[in-house]
Design a protein around this ligand. Structure first.
Ligand code: NDP
Length: 451
């Protein structure tokens, strides 16, 4: 039995389906770090894995609020404070009906290694609620956010735990959460990142994750001696914060992005999507992607229900580089086969764990340049840390300053991942490189801090 199999055997699976994504993330990490565990017994001797995969604490609470018709609504709120060996807990809040403890454990676990990879002094956490902001009025979102923060404020603070946004939590929600925190605590401090610029947010935080994934990909293609993205066809999934800004950056560097998607279907515009229109439709009007066809009737919208089960239309479009930026496990084995068959050279994960384990293995086996989420989408947390620095110093950096620092940091992360993979005999495997580099730093800190 291999060392990875022995480690995995130690963890009793609960049989509860909601933990599946957490086990998926954990098993990938354990298989990846096997070369490190084999080369140095101190990690198994000190039971670092057993300690790392159990969150420090999971906070679960009731959120009660009034809708616009004065009906009382009840949701569940969570904060998973996973590990603070490297610094205060840090990670986003997700508001989506699918949110449960298992999803947040998976996201929190990934966040520990992501934050470690950035080189910043940040621990890992994640939180959120099964509340769905979609279709709610601004007033309802505000009522919910106030009720959510009434509980959450007890557990967070600028040196304790600093939440940010994620799916369903953008500048509007962060604004309402910040306002309530300020009211309850009477203190004006950088307890949340992703704040609007007018009250302490950093310029470029909305763009950070999407731009960052493109910066990472450019560096990876350079290191792997592949052609750059300029002039190449790219496909992107999702049409939220990460997807739209990835498309915007791809367009700025001269790539042609022909797709985006939402939970109902895929938009395909072979001339390249109009990002200005998309931003207006999704970020300003919060409308549907089908609205795009009113301006561009030649573009196609392929409903998810029209596509054969098990795959997604967006990954059947021939491309040089693919950017899954919607949600976990949105890119399946069938999708990976289609991408490979159509000549795709590079896949970069903007969303958290968008590729299934089978899809990831196919990419690695076929030597596709594969940028895993915990490295490629670290741009959001990087600029969040810039926001924390600006808040602490009461400073304001320009857009260009933040952008330049982000680009350099993403390139450094990419190089660190590539070098680590080489050092451990898995050159070109950015999954193993990211997991080993991220794990090693947290594990060394945990051992140095005692049990
Ligand atoms: P948003 O809420 O802004 O957008 C999410 C997008 O994904 C929407 O277009 C949504 O469509 C789509 N989507 C959701 N579920 C599905 C599904 N099952 N199938 C297809 N599309 C789906 O979220 P973000 O852009 O902020 O986050 C996207 C991903 O990036 C998440 O995995 C998140 O964890 C990750 N991430 C985000 C960071 C950030 O800075 N925001 C930082 C690092 C990672 P619809 O509108 O129809 O629901």
């Amino acid at each position: 039995m291999s060392i990875a199999e022995m480690e995995i055997k130690k963890f009793e699976k609960t049989g509860c389906a909601e933990n599946d994504v957490f086990y998926q993330a954990m098993e990938e990490v354990i298989y990846s770090i096997a070369p490190l565990l084999e080369s140095d017994v101190k990690y198994t001797k000190n039971a670092v894995l057993e300690r790392l995969i159990v969150p420090d604490r999971i906070i679960k609470f009731k959120v009660t609020w009034f809708d616009d018709n004065q009906n009382i609504k009840v949701n569940t709120g969570y904060r998973v404070q996973f590990n603070n060996a490297l610094g205060p807990y840090k990670g986003g809040l997700r508001f989506h009906p699918s949110v449960n403890e298992g999803i947040l454990k998976f996201l929190g676990f990934e966040q520990i290694l992501k934050n470690s990879l950035t080189g910043l002094a940040l621990g890992g956490a994640k939180g959120g609620s099964d509340f769905d902001p979609k279709g709610k009025s601004d007033f309802e979102v505000m009522k919910f956010c106030s009720a959510f923060m009434t509980e959450l404020h007890k557990y967070i603070g600028p040196r304790i735990d600093i939440p940010a946004g994620d799916i369903g939590v953008g500048a509007r929600e962060i604004g309402f959460l910040f306002g309530e925190y300020k009211k309850i605590t009477s203190s004006y401090e950088g307890v949340l990142t992703g704040k609007p610029f007018m009250f302490g947010g950093s310029l470029m935080r909305p763009e950070a994750t999407g731009y960052g994934v493109v910066y990472f990909t450019e560096r990876m293609l350079e290191l792997e001696k592949k052609e750059p993205l300029k002039g190449k066809i790219c496909t992107v999934s999702g049409s939220g914060n990460v997807a739209l800004h990835a498309i915007e950056k791809l367009q700025q560097i001269g790539a042609i992005t022909v797709s985006c998607s939402d939970s109902s279907g895929t938009l395909y515009d072979p001339r390249g999507v109009d990002i200005v229109l998309l931003k207006e439709l999704k970020l300003v009007n919060r409308g549907s992607l089908t609205e795009y066809l009113k301006t561009y009737p030649d573009a196609k919208y392929i409903p998810t229900s029209d596509y054969p089960e098990g795959g997604h239309a967006v990954w059947n479009i021939p491309c040089y580089a693919a950017f899954p930026c919607a949600t976990q496990n949105e890119l399946t084995e069938i999708d990976a086969q289609n991408l490979i068959k159509n000549g795709c050279v590079s896949v970069s994960e903007g969303a958290n764990m968008p590729s299934t384990a089978q899809a990831t293995n196919l990419f690695l086996y076929n030597k596709i340049c594969f940028a895993p989420a915990k490295a490629a989408n670290a741009g959001g947390v990087v600029v969040s840390s810039f926001e924390m620095s600006q808040n602490a110093a009461m400073a304001r950096w320009t857009f260009e300053e933040v952008d330049e620092k982000l680009k350099i940091t993403m390139q450094q992360i990419c190089t660190r991942v590539a070098l680590t993979a080489k050092d451990y005999g898995v050159e070109g495997n950015y999954v193993d490189g990211a997991n080993i580099a991220g794990f090693k730093k947290v594990a060394d800190a945990m051992m140095a801090e005692g049990i």
